[in-house]
Design a protein around this ligand. Sequence first.
Ligand code: BG6
Ligand code: MG
Length: 223
Amino acid sequence: MKGVAFDLDGVITDTAKFHFEAWSKLALEKFDLELPAEFESQLKGISRIESLERILAFGKLSGKYTPAQVAELADEKNTYYVAAISKLTQADILPGISQLLADLKAQQVKLSLASASKNAPMILEKLGLLTYFDAIVDPSKLKAGKPAPDIFIEAAKAVGLAPSECVGLEDASAGVAAIKAAGMVAVAIGDKEELAQADTVVSSTADLNYDLLVTSYQQAQGK
Ligand code: BG6
Ligand code: MG
């Protein structure tokens, strides 16, 4: 295992609730639409515009807005979201993650960030974790978002590695699908059934550590 590609939201910090709250506010204000709680997990790992398209489809509003209006609505959601995350600090790093990053660095494992979020560099900075990462993939430069493999292929390439030399960490099923399609070993955090495609699933980030990643990598590569 020479590299680890991290998802951000739900792996390093728990921003899913802020994304969902921002979408819920927009949907209620603009479309008089209440988003059911199940929507929160459906939007995990999905880009800003694609999330909006899913919400519009749910409200039977697909095609009702021009591309410029759609972009404006997405911007508005981002304004709500950025306000909500403005107070993030080191205290918002999920359990086990700071230690894991430090241990991986000490073992000279290359670290890259494979997040669909355009806010990722700003969030890492607020968490005080920016300097751990050797590369941050810019999601706006990719042809296709998760579950397509592009972001994880790029995360390996950006640190000079092949995907087969890396472990990908994800909390979303779309993200696990992207890791596997890229040819990486997938370690997932969350529900075992939802994330069954992963090579290893743990229920909390507190269960992650250097040895677990190495063991998962070795077992998966030996399969
Ligand atoms: C992902 C989140 O990390 O980033 C998604 O899981 C979100 O819910 C996506 O839509 C895009 O984020 P942003 O910050 O660019 O709107
Ligand atoms: Mg995530």
